[in-house]
Write a protein that binds this ligand. Structure first.
Ligand code: GDP
Ligand code: MN
Length: 382
C-alpha cells in the first residue's frame, strides 16, 4: 500500500528523522495560510499524488512570495499531473503539501527495502540523488551500492561509516540510519525511499522527499497505517475487485482474462502475448470464489471499454465451474455486453457449468485446451 509524501514524512518524523516543516492544503486559501504559518521567505508547493517524477512535471514549485504560492496552488489543485510514473492519463491533484524551502548543498539517494536474496532489510544508497534512480542504475551502476542490515536490526558503526564514506557525508549517519530502520520495522514498511535526502548549507541531513509503502500483508496489525489508504489514488477497478476478494490488476492490453490461480493467470497472459495480443488485466478469482464475486469479476471485464474479447480459463479444482458459469450469467444480465467470450471451463462441475451457459443461451465460444482458447480469443478480438 502506497501512502502520500506528507504521511510518510509524519511517520518518519515520529522516529526522529529530520524532515522539512510543512502544512497540508486542499484549497488555495489553505495553501497561503500554510505558508504564512510556516514563516520564512521561500516555500515549496508539492502536489500529493502516488507517483514520483513530480519535479520534472511541474508538480513541485519553489515559491518566493505568498502570491506565488497562491498561483502555484491554483495551477495544481484539481488539475491532472502527468509524470513519467503516472501513465499518460496522469493523476488529479487533490492535496498539496506546503513546505519551508531549504537551501540545498547536495542531494543523495537513500532507500531501505528488503533484499530478497539475503532475506534482510538493506539500505540502497547513491551520491547521485535527485535524479531518477533507474537512470543512474542504467548509466552508472557503480554509483549505487547496497548495504544489508545485520540480524540484530541495529545499524553498527562500521556500516554507518561505510555508507557515509560512499556518499562522502562528513557527519555521523548512524542515528539517521537507525531511525529509518526502526520506522521500517515497526511500521511494516515494504519501502522507504528518500530521493533526495539532502545536506543543507549548514551540513544538516534532511529527508526532502519521502516515499513509503506499507506491506499489504501486515495491514491487519497496523490499523493506524491502514487508515492512511487513499482510495482516490488507486485504480477504481482494483479497489472494487479487492472488495470482493478478487486478485485484479489493470493492464493496458485488450483481452480480458478471468482465471483461477495466480500461476495459471500468468500462463494465460503469457500465451495471449505469444499469440500476438495483450492482456487487459490480471485476474485470479482465487479458491474462495462465490457467484457474487465471479459476477463482479465478469462485470469488471465486460464493462471495461478497453476489453475487446474475454478469455475465461478455469481449471476447476476447489473452484467449481458452475459457480463461474452462474457468475457470467448474472453479469451478462446486468452488462449485456456484445464482447466475444471464449471459455475453457474444465474440472469440477464442468458439465453443470457448461449446461448453465448453454441453457441460458449466452453466446460463448468453447475451447478445450488453453492453446486453443488463446488462438480463438486472439482471432475473435476485432
Ligand atoms: P519528485 O520529483 O516527485 O521526486 O519530487 P521531489 O520531492 O524529489 O522534488 C523534486 C526536486 O525539487 C528535488 O530534487 C529538489 O531539487 C527540488 N526541491 C524540492 N524541495 C526543495 C526545497 O525546499 N528547496 C529547493 N531549492 N529545491 C527543492
Ligand atoms: Mn523525489
Amino acid at each position: 500500500m502506497n501512502i502520500h509524501e506528507y504521511q510518510a514524512k509524519s511517520i518518519l518524523s515520529d522516529f526522529a528523522v529530520p524532515v522539512p516543516r510543512g502544512r497540508l492544503a486542499t484549497t488555495t486559501e489553505a495553501a497561503v495560510d500554510g505558508c504564512r504559518e510556516l514563516g520564512g521567505s521561500v516555500w515549496v508547493v508539492k502536489a500529493q499524488i502516488h507517483a514520483g517524477g513530480r519535479g520534472k512535471a511541474g508538480g513541485v514549485k519553489v515559491c518566493r512570495s505568498p502570491e506565488a504560492v497562491a498561483e502555484a496552488a491554483g495551477a495544481l489543485l484539481g488539475h491532472r499531473l502527468v509524470t513519467h510514473q503516472t501513465g499518460s492519463e496522469g493523476k488529479v491533484v487533490n492535496k498539496l503539501y506546503i513546505e519551508e524551502g531549504l537551501e540545498i548543498a547536495h542531494e543523495y539517494y537513500l532507500s531501505l527495502l528488503i533484499d530478497r536474496e539475503q532475506g534482510k532489510p538493506a539500505f540502497v544508497v547513491s551520491p547521485r540523488g535527485g535524479t531518477d534512480i533507474e537512470q543512474v542504475a542504467a548509466e552508472e551502476p557503480a554509483a549505487i551500492r547496497s548495504f544489508a542490515v545485520d540480524d540484530t536490526q541495529t545499524v553498527d558503526d562500521t556500516t554507518a561509516r561505510a555508507i557515509a564514506d560512499f556518499l562522502t557525508v562528513p557527519s555521523d549517519m548512524r542515528p539517521l540510519l537507525q531511525s529509518l530502520l526502526d520506522a521500517f520495522n515497526q511500521r511494516d514498511a515494504a519501502l522507504i525511499e528518500l530521493n533526495p535526502l539532502v545536506a543543507c548549507g549548514d551540513g544538516r541531513l534532511v529527508a526532502l522527499d519521502a516515499k513509503m509503502a506499507i506491506d499489504d500483508n501486515a495491514l491487519y496489525r497496523q490499523p493506524e497505517m491502514a487508515k492512511l489508504r487513499d482510495l482516490a489514488e488507486e485504480d477504481p477497478r482494483e479497489v472494487e475487485a479487492a472488495a470482493y476478494g478478487l486478485n485484479y490488476i489493470a493492464l493496458d492490453g485488450t483481452i480480458g482474462c478471468m482465471v483461477n490461480g495466480a500461476g495459471l493467470a500468468m500462463a494465460t497472459m503469457d500465451i495471449i502475448q505469444r499469440k500476438g495480443a495483450k492482456p487487459a488485466n490480471f485476474l485470479d478469482v482465487g479458491g474462495g470464489v462465490t457467484v457474487e464475486s465471479a459476477t463482479e469479476g465478469f462485470k469488471l471485464l465486460l464493462a471495461d471499454r478497453h476489453v475487446r474479447a474475454v478469455l475465461v480459463n478455469i481449471f476447476g479444482g476447489i473452484v467449481r465451474c458452475d459457480i463461474i458459469a452462474n457468475g457470467l450469467l448474472a453479469a451478462q444480465k446486468i452488462v449485456q455486453s456484445q464482447v466475444p467470450v471464449v471459455m475453457r471451463l474444465v474440472g469440477t462441475h464442468e458439465e453443470e457449468g457448461q449446461a448453465i451457459i448453454r441453457d441460458a443461451g449466452i453466446d460463448v465460444r468453447w475451447a478445450t485446451t488453453l492453446d486453443e482458447a488463446a488462438t480463438m480469443v486472439v482471432a475473435a478480438h476485432p
